[in-house]
Design a protein around this ligand. Sequence first.
Ligand code: PLP
Length: 381
Amino acid sequence: MRSQDHDRLFLSPPHLGRHELNYVHKAIEDNWVAPVGPNITGFEADICQAAGVAHCVALSSGTAAIHLGLILLGVGPGDEVLCPSFTFVATANPIVYLGATPVFIDSEADTWNLCPERLREAITDRIARGKKPKALLLVHLYGMPARLPEILAIAAEYGLPILEDAAEALGSRLNGQPLGSFGTIGVFSFNGNKILTTSGGGALVTNDATLARKAHFLATQAKDEATHYQHSEVGYNYRLSNILAGIGRGQMELLEERVKRRREIFAWYQEHLAGLPGLTVAQAPEPPGSRSNRWLTTLLLNPAETAATPETLRLHLETRNIESRPLWKPMHLQPLFATAPMYGGAVCADLFGRGLCLPSGTAMTDADQRRVKEALAEALA
Ligand SMILES: *Cc1c(COP(=O)(O)O)cnc(C)c1O
């Protein structure tokens, strides 16, 4: 991308380090190019260490990890799964793969994540209607920790297992504990736009050895213990290749550095955009104990103070060759989920209408950030 267009400032492009190629080179030299080998084992160990969990299964995508996670929690046809509306569609799609129904829940305004009060309302209403939800899919949007103490307490009260979609939150923490380690199962993504990337990839993490073994079994075509290709369950081909895991090992060495840099980029925007009329850098301040990886810096416009909209800003940035993106469009506003149950909705719909994601890639310079600031100032003038 960059070689074709040196001036283009992308939202969150891949940022490779010095060691990825060594791991890939070694894999090819040693003929380890199958979805098995030392890079996979090493990558999984790196993720376990970073996430503070006992077990990790490296997979072909975060979406695959969510799909397997839901299966492991027993989700099947006719079940209901609680899920925030304000997320990327990849959170919710695997619920549909399984013939289950997503029950969407609004955000709260500070973290933008699942609102605990709405969660309780949804659970009691679903139970009153005759069906207890099977699981809770929890998301940490743009890296910001959700209101975990309240949400964990509610989930425990109703005996609901949590599948933690930490696809955007690798390296984020709450009270020192890494996100992805709070649920029964956690999920990470190593897609090209995430804080670390394997070009495409994902991981399922858990402290439960039985669940981890089952995830590995399902991800490798669910082969029974027999040499003659015997199967008693439906399986999937979801394992990551040893080549891509090599990229992942090089990337995992950089996690702390990358989080530090994303946080610096966020702090720069927060300081330098402060004077612009009608604009605030969003998801700030962090609630006590929360440490976001600040995967993407986002802004909110105040319509009382500016006539600019996220789309007029985006189009103006585009004329300066700067990529920006709307916030995730809430699931309850998607044609795909028009008939799904929804609890609340005004909070995330309002955020979507006023928000924009800014270039936040770790390779960007202060000069790049000044370019973004100048373009925003022009658009707001
Ligand atoms: C990126 C993302 C996913 C999906 O991960 P892939 O590796 O792209 O399949 C799931 N949930 C959220 C919130 C994401 O941002």
